[in-house]
Design a protein around this ligand. Structure first.
Ligand SMILES: Nc1ncnc2c1ncn2[C@@H]1O[C@H](COP(=O)(O)OP(=O)(O)OP(=O)(O)O)[C@@H](O)[C@H]1O
Ligand SMILES: [Mg+2]
Length: 246
């Protein structure tokens, strides 16, 4: 019998501030609503926001885990992980960003492989930079979600990235246009024509939640709150999950 391994879903972008972390948290909430055991791994190692957004108290983080691994002093994985609710665990980005330079991608690979045996889904938040950390993360991912806005630089960088994916013959990515954080409205036809690739999902402009700051202060994931479960944007993210998990 094959051993079940987690589905690895990575949320990334080609530009900062497009709504990656918010989308990753929203997806975690939806997975929790489905009772799917999920770990959010905050691979935005220099400036991760997941544990702070969720008001989690962190003793150990990604760096502690790597450091203990390197020094043959690895404890139970649970010691490095913080529980948010019955279905969502979190592996936090390093509290001290100065330690990130000491994390080798070799250990990132080992850690992700270890986590695959413990969860149904590994949900990874990243930054938008193409470095060794993100490349090894992408290599370990089943599905990669690009959250982009209609900002021209975002579209231009996305076009370059699509060319790279084409060169590598990889198709395991989805394009999610986040209209809720887009400054200018550009029509979908123009975006698809420019990218020479269709946008897969659209988070509508009215998915911009006025209450977001309050929810963050309270450490809440909005997709776990009843009032946001009927939003069109939530339905879109559920469709994306249906497609990934099918
Ligand atoms: N749907 C939304 N409604 C209201 N505010 C939002 C929404 N989505 C994101 N934001 C806010 O916009 C800002 C950027 O979002 P977020 O942090 O998710 O982007 P990011 O791509 O992860 O950024 P970074 O590149 O810095 O990691 C944050 O302050 C976040 O709270
Ligand atoms: Mg982020």
């Amino acid at each position: 019998m094959a051993i079940k391994q987690a589905k690895v879903i990575t949320v990334t972008s080609v530009k900062g501030g497009t709504g990656k972390s918010t989308t990753a948290l929203a997806l975690a909430g939806l997975l929790s609503n489905r009772k799917i055991k999920t770990i959010i791994v905050d691979m935005d190692l220099h400036s991760g926001v997941i544990s702070a957004t969720l008001n989690l108290k962190i003793n150990k983080d990604f760096y502690t885990l790597v450091n203990d691994y390197m020094n043959h002093n690895l404890k139970e994985l649970d010691e490095y992980i913080v529980k948010y609710n019955d279905y969502i665990d979190v592996l936090s980005a390093p509290k001290d960003p100065r330690s990130v330079g000491k994390i080798s991608s070799y250990y990132i690979d080992l850690i992700l492989k270890k986590l695959k045996y413990r969860y149904d889904v590994i949900l990874i938040d990243t930054n938008h930079i193409i470095d060794d950390i993100n490349l090894i993360t992408f290599d370990n991912s089943d599905d990669i979600i690009y959250v982009l806005t209609s900002d021209l630089m975002d579209l231009k960088n996305m076009k370059t990235m699509l060319a790279i994916y084409k060169d590598m013959g990889l198709k395991n990515y989805y394009l999610v246009l986040n209209e809720s954080l887009s400054q200018d409205h550009v029509d979908l036809y123009s975006i698809n024509s420019f990218l020479e690739k269709n946008i897969d999902y659209i988070l509508p402009s009215n998915y911009y939640l006025k209450n977001m700051k309050k929810l963050i202060m309270q450490g809440k994931i909005f997709t776990l709150e009843k009032q946001y479960q009927k939003e069109k944007g939530t339905a879109v993210l559920n469709q994306l999950l249906d497609n990934i998990l099918k």
